[in-house]
Design a protein around this ligand. Structure first.
Ligand SMILES: C[S@@+](CC[C@H](N)C(=O)[O-])C[C@H]1O[C@@H](n2cnc3c(N)ncnc32)[C@H](O)[C@@H]1O
Length: 234
């Protein structure tokens, strides 16, 4: 089992976040979703460790998505794989509202949503060795050098993820920003509890199961490439 992160309680460590909460406008449909649908699919921020079986009402393989945006990939996967549980973590309330509306439209019962910092949620609430698959698709690349410390993929984050994955569980990442792809590759490759699934020791082919998201389409419009990574917990 990977050890707990060093310096978890350091105020410096906690001051750096991978996001800036934007004052995004919520549509009236998203406001209704928060009022009426949150009680069904949302999980409150009481800080208590998750009881995943109680949360989903069953024991099933868990996919957790960090920073799901508007939830396009999460809802497509959850609808396609009803035998799996899906837990989405996102800090942007309009995106959460969007996913709640999609949950209602699809009538899914295998999705739960937390609106909070994924790093805090993973550290404090997700049991160790409980996640079968962790998805990190198109995280904010923070391209300026002075902002690199804000990138969510850091050695401590990768070790935290390794600790939360079941043995044999997989961390899947994708980005359309080559310098971030190389940073992800170097950081995950350096984690002793993870093994790169790439036969060439770098990137993997795009998984057919990965739905195209808004940020991926944006990258395509800008002419960016896409890099997929997959690392398995030893
Ligand atoms: C560039 S967007 C990509 C969204 C989505 N994965 C996609 O491909 O369309 C990155 C998302 O991660 C969210 N995010 C960043 N840091 C986060 C954190 N620590 N916890 C939860 N969400 C986070 C942001 O709010 C944003 O919605």
């Amino acid at each position: 089992m990977p050890p707990a992160e060093e310096g978890e309680s350091s105020p410096y460590r906690r001051a750096i976040r991978s996001f800036v909460v934007r004052a995004g406008r919520m549509t009236s449909a998203q406001q209704r979703a928060w009022r009426e649908l949150w009680p069904r699919w949302g999980i409150g921020n009481d800080g208590a460790p998750f009881d995943l079986v109680a949360m989903f009402g069953r024991d099933a393989p868990l996919t957790l998505e960090v920073g799901f945006g508007n939830g396009e990939s999460l809802i497509a996967l959850a609808a396609a794989h009803p035998a799996r549980n899906y837990l989405g973590l996102e800090v942007h309330p309009p995106g959460v509202g969007h996913l709640l509306l999609r949950c209602e439209a699809e009538g899914v019962s295998n999705v739960r949503i937390v609106c909070d910092d994924a790093v805090d949620v993973l550290r404090q609430r997700v049991p160790d060795a409980s996640i079968d698959e962790l998805l990190l698709y198109f995280p904010d690349p923070w391209p300026k050098k002075r902002h690199h410390k804000r990138r969510i993929v850091q050695p401590a984050f990768v070790e935290l993820v390794a600790r939360k994955l079941v043995p044999g569980g997989v961390l899947r990442m994708a980005t359309d920003w080559q310098p971030y792809a190389e940073h992800m590759l170097a950081t995950a490759s350096a984690c002793p509890w993870l093994r790169n699934e790439s036969p060439t020791g770098d990137f993997v082919a795009r998984p057919g199961s990965r739905p195209v998201t808004r940020f991926e389409r944006r990258g395509q419009r800008l002419g960016h490439g896409v890099w997929d990574l997959a690392f398995r917990r030893r």
